[in-house]
Ligand binder design. Structure first.
Ligand SMILES: [Zn+2]
Length: 273
């Protein structure tokens, strides 16, 4: 049983501010250590639960945040920028299931720390009729390869968002958002115990044939993005097949979830300001 653990940083234990996830800020040094600790706890639980092989993908910013020297030596780490599958590099036909660690709520979430969807100038993203954040976008890629999302960790806002999209997903709350920039945080020992336990239980459930189904969307798909500026929508309209739904909203067709992922990232790049 091969598991992909895809990671981000905004949903890591103790993180509530952009400074904590920016390499240029002194606080970032602490966040890298804590991120590695959150990941190690999930690895420990997953291996106890019966995973045979684990690959960890470092998905925040430039993709080099996790400290290899402190990472559990039983796993491999994918690190670096511009990997073909970005935040879910490692997803493929050989992956049986996925877990997302340190994730955050979608752009515009009413109560989630540092909520955003890929780029600060994106207001909303829909895959077909589903309003999604990064968790939904990345779960769809794993689903394309037949791998269900077994667990997510972050704040309670993220937990609610993913549970609504993927029934049965194990959610591990490591902090309770009180605003975009604040949260009540658990002691690390408690966060890591929750992560270990959650990962072990999710894995055991999966091995018994239970837990969530892969997040599958009907093909052909529609990717819809609402940008913050109409000038971004102008730029996104260069995409062949794109239609303008309104001043800020562009929609384009994709043959399947993998094509939709590539299309989404291309539209984001085209429209970047
Ligand atoms: Zn991030």
């Amino acid at each position: 049983m091969k598991l992909l653990i895809a990671t981000d940083m905004e949903g890591i234990s103790g993180v509530v501010n952009w400074d904590q996830v920016r390499p240029s800020h002194s606080e970032y040094v602490r966040s890298r250590k804590i991120m590695t600790g959150d990941v190690n706890a999930v690895v420990e639980g997953a291996l106890r639960g019966g995973a045979d092989e684990v690959i960890v993908a470092d998905g925040h910013n430039n993709g080099y945040n996790i400290l290899l020297e402190e990472l559990d030596p039983r796993v491999r780490l994918h690190t670096g920028n511009a990997a073909p599958l970005a935040m879910v590099q490692g997803a493929g036909d050989d992956i049986d299931a996925a877990m997302f660690v340190g994730y955050h709520g979608r752009a515009g979430h009413p109560l989630a720390v540092l909520s955003h969807t890929w780029d600060p100038h994106i207001l909303n993203v829909w895959l077909n009729e589903f309003l999604v954040g990064e968790s939904g976008i990345n779960a769809a890629v794993c689903g394309y390869f037949g791998a269900p999302l077994l667990l997510v960790s972050g704040d309670q806002g993220l937990a609610e968002e993913v549970s609504a999209l993927i029934p049965g997903v194990e959610t591990v709350v490591v902090k309770y958002a009180t605003s975009y920039f604040s949260a009540e945080c658990l002691p690390l020992s408690e966060s890591w115990e929750r992560l270990r336990k959650g990962a072990e239980e999710a894995l055991r459930r999966f091995k018994r044939g239970g837990g969530p189904q892969p997040f599958l969307l009907t093909s052909p798909m529609r990717v819809t993005i609402e940008f913050s500026l109409s000038s971004q929508a102008d730029s996104a309209m260069k995409m062949p097949g794109a239609i303008r739904l309104d001043g800020r909203k562009v929609q384009a067709p994709a043959s399947d979830a993998l094509a939709a992922y590539n299309l989404f990232r291309t539209l984001v790049q085209l429209s970047s300001i």
